[in-house]
Design a protein around this ligand. Sequence first.
Ligand code: 13P
Length: 255
Amino acid sequence: MNKNLRKAVIAGNWKMNKTPAEAKALIEEMKPLVADAGCEVVLCVPFVDLSAALAAAEGSNIKIGAENCHWAESGAYTGEVSTGMLKEMGVEYVVIGHSERRTYFGETDQTVNLRTLAALKAGLKPIVCVGETLEQRNLGYTETLLKYQTKMALTNVSAEDLKNVIIAYEPVWAIGTGVTATDDQADEGNGFVRAAIAEAYGEEVAESVTIQYGGSMNAGNADALVAKYHVDGGLIGGASLKAADFATIVKAASK
Ligand code: 13P
């Protein structure tokens, strides 16, 4: 299959950065810079910034996402946010299972699956994160781990619903460290994810799924990363907090 038939998506993950006023200012700065993008442009922002971000992005080609969602429709889950709440606001995407949530907040493959199913049921598009630690890589478990995490996250997701799922391969050792995976490592990791999807859904379905790379992607290395066959865009942390850098990455994915 031609890689160009897949939808390239560049998504910023702001993590715990920017107040609502700062979010508005950054999106206003980004809007003209990404207006002619040839790929999907998404900004995933803290819950409290969603309202300001949605208002600032209105009428532009920037889509807004959240950074997490709960699996229950409502209930006694202090501090959590439901998919229905996000949907009603106009949110389109949601990051699920980021390694920071797996490491610091007890996220497991099971809860990643539950959140993914809930997001899909509500009509949100999940950006599901998978990735190995340096220790797992050094032990030779990268392929096994990526396939396991991918299949666990997608348990009970139908082939029809899979059309709305993005997977982000984010090697934990490359996140926020300045150490980017080489182009070939990124392509290989994304390829393992695609192979897992092929095992579960068949080759044709797997070829159509958008698989991003994430981990120290920046204005300088984006071109080479997104040129790789299995890399369909990126999930960008630090560089998504700078309008010019983010716009350069969007341009790289627009070719
Ligand atoms: P950095 O781009 O800051 O390494 O973060 C990547 C990431 O975790 C995106 O979700």
